[in-house]
Design a protein around this ligand. Structure first.
Ligand code: RUQ
Ligand code: CUA
Ligand code: CA
Length: 615
């Protein structure tokens, strides 16, 4: 028997999933089906399919802003789509001296000494189901934080620590009528409160956290027995929902796979508001904790779905939630308008499932083209599968024979290799436009020249404007984005500024000078190309020195840097921005401070001395 490269990868993928679990998850009929669909369909000729051009010529601009999470790099990135050019990296939970993040007093105050993170899911603030261009939010799975990025400056302005949880994973913003709340999950169950440590594992819990988006404060948490993986909100402002793959409360892989099914959890926001109003909560670690465990309240509905689900995505018409099976080859389609009947007790939770179409081996995430089709990433098969939602629902009604025909499947695209998230343009809004899709593939292997054992990722741009899916471009992406959103340029561009509002920073410097109070020295510096406001500053050994730098150049794109030789100080200031740093002058001598950001023909001359005299 001979494997081609793709089959080999598939084999590895299967072995990886099955190892430790000690179970065979997929029956033979499914494997056979997969053979028919996985390759034959994909290799069929793409005929009569007028594809769009992804070319963005020199001087032209991209049609979309892409906001990428950076995974364990801890950052957020901005890419132009469809060119896939990386335009900016926004430091979020990571240290990035190039932008001054992590070294300045401002960023230290936000990061509180924790200079790494794991960003997974970026979502924007909304109004009426479409981005409003105000904020982006992103989670830190590592240190359980949520950061907010102000779109006007593309910089982080708030970071919120969330207690009582670990493995903060799915995050989603309220879509309707506007983003007042956002939700985030806990993928790992822990004791709540997390002390003492000798709590038995059946007393570990997950908490669905609700955050006030404007104040960046925790509204409350809803405690459940289950873990919670990905998150979504509906288009009606009524619910948030999540997938749970560990209803077993397992702490080992095989324990987490023990049950034949898991849940999609739905949280009813009116009932959460009611519980808060009626005082039906305890305060744990300073947070209002509502009991959402089974039988304890009527807030959470549990819909049984195929075991160990992963992604949950809402169709742009607001009608369906699609949960991906991960170890089941199916997606589960839930009719959101039936949830009211579940809450009122008219129907059972499982009765709002309208289809469970076959997709392929290892469905992870689903995106939408706005024309009634879903596109699901399939990890083990290494495919993007396009399928028609209505056809899947119709086949489900007609029964098993009809389902077997798999007529809901429109196209199967081979990608390289092992896809995680996929995202189509505007797909998380009601204005999904079905133009482009990015497949965020986890392995690059042989797609680029070899750069050593740890390789970049291969993200593929896919044209989804026709019936067939077509790969247009391979894009090497630095490790390791998980998710992205792709937003029309007109929505974002008008909000983005070329300079800061100078007096938003309370320490903004308009005149340079030195102030001394005992051993505390404050150096105020203007930066105007090509000079700092002072040529020399004298301090004494042991002084605590605070340098405040304001870039007073209002010219667009004219940044300055401030770097102090041998003192490990290095940051940049954008037009009209102010940053500060505090350090102890512990090394006597002459130290040149210089501008790091090429700003002028005399950029190299833009420097000054800090003279540290013996005490
Ligand atoms: S989740 S693929 Cu955060 Cu899928 Cu990474
Ligand atoms: Cu200022 Cu270079
Ligand atoms: Ca499970």
């Amino acid at each position: 028997m001979s494997f081609d490269r793709r089959d080999f990868l598939k084999y590895i993928g299967m072995a990886g999933v099955a190892a430790g679990a000690g179970v065979v998850m997929l029956d033979k009929t499914i494997n056979d089906k997969d053979k028919v669909l996985g390759t034959a369909v994909a290799q069929a000729e793409t005929k009569g399919n007028g594809h769009q051009s992804a070319e963005v010529k020199p001087g032209e601009l991209d049609a979309y802003y892409g906001f990428w999470s950076g995974g364990h790099s801890g950052e957020v990135r901005i890419l132009g789509v469809p060119s896939m050019r990386e335009l900016k990296r926004i430091p979020v939970f990571n240290m990035d001296v190039g932008s001054g993040w992590g070294i300045t007093n401002e960023s230290k105050a936000l990061l509180k000494g924790r200079f790494c993170g794991d960003t997974h899911h970026v979502h924007g603030s909304y109004k009426d189901g479409v981005y409003d261009g105000k904020y982006l939010f992103v989670n830190d799975k590592l240190n359980n934080r949520v950061a907010r990025i102000r779109v006007e400056y593309m910089e982080v302005d708030k970071i919120l620590d969330v207690p009582n949880i670990q493995g903060m994973h799915g995050l989603f913003t309220q879509r309707y009528p506007k983003t007042e709340w956002l939700v985030c999950n806990s993928e790992f169950q822990i004791p709540v409160p997390n002390n003492p440590s000798d709590v038995p594992q059946d007393k570990y819990y997950g908490c669905h956290t609700i955050i006030d988006a404007e104040k960046m404060e925790i509204v409350c948490q809803v405690m459940v027995d289950e873990n919670m993986d990905l998150a979504a909100t509906d288009y009606g402002g009524k619910y948030s929902m999540t997938t749970s793959y560990n209803i077993e409360k397992g702490v080992t892989v095989s324990e987490m796979l023990a049950s034949d099914f898991d849940y999609m959890l739905v949280f009813n926001w009116d009932r959460i508001r009611k519980a808060l109003k009626e005082g039906k909560f305890k305060v744990i670690e300073g947070v209002k904790m509502i009991d959402g465990r089974e039988g304890k309240s009527d807030i959470v509905v549990r819909i049984p779905v195929a075991k160990n689900p992963h992604g949950i995505n809402i169709s742009p018409d607001g009608k369906y939630a699609v949960c991906s099976g991960k170890v089941s080859p199916n997606c589960t389609v839930v009719a959101i308008d039936k949830l009211d009947e579940v809450y009122s007790g008219k129907i059972k939770p499982k009765d709002c499932i309208v289809a469970q179409p076959y997709i392929g081996l290892g469905p992870l995430h689903t995106t939408f083209d706005g024309r009634g089709n879903a596109i699901t990433s399939v990890f083990i098969d290494s495919t993007n599968v396009k399928w028609n939602i209505q056809k899947a629902i119709d086949a489900e009604k007609k029964g098993a024979e009809e389902k077997k025909k798999n007529e809901h499947i429109v196209d199967v695209l081979d990608i390289t290799y092992q896809v995680g998230h996929i995202m189509a343009t505007m797909a998380e809004t009601k204005e999904a436009d079905g133009k482009w899709l990015v497949s965020l593939n986890k392995f690059a292997k042989d797609r680029f020249i070899n750069v050593g054992p740890l390789k970049n990722e291969c993200e593929q741009l896919v044209d989804i404007s026709g019936d067939k899916l077509k790969i247009i471009h391979d894009s090497a992406q630095y490790i390791e984005p998980h998710d992205c959103i792709i937003v029309r340029r007109d929505i974002i561009e008008k909000h983005v500024k070329d300079r800061f509002n100078m007096f938003e920073h309370p320490l903004a410097v308009t005149r340079s000078g030195v102030e001394r109070k005992g051993k505390k020295v404050t150096v105020k510096l203007t930066a105007n190309a090509p000079v700092f406001g002072l040529q020399e500053v004298k301090v004494k050994k042991g002084d605590e020195v605070t340098v405040i730098v304001t870039n007073n150049d209002e010219i667009s794109d004219l940044g300055h840097g401030f770097a102090l030789s041998n003192y490990n100080i290095n940051f940049v200031v954008a037009p009209f921005q102010t940053k500060s740093v505090t350090f102890t002058a512990d090394k006597p001598g002459v130290y040149w401070a210089y501008c790091t950001n090429f700003c002028h023909a005399l950029h190299l001359e833009m420097r000054m001395r800090i003279i540290v005299e013996k005490a």
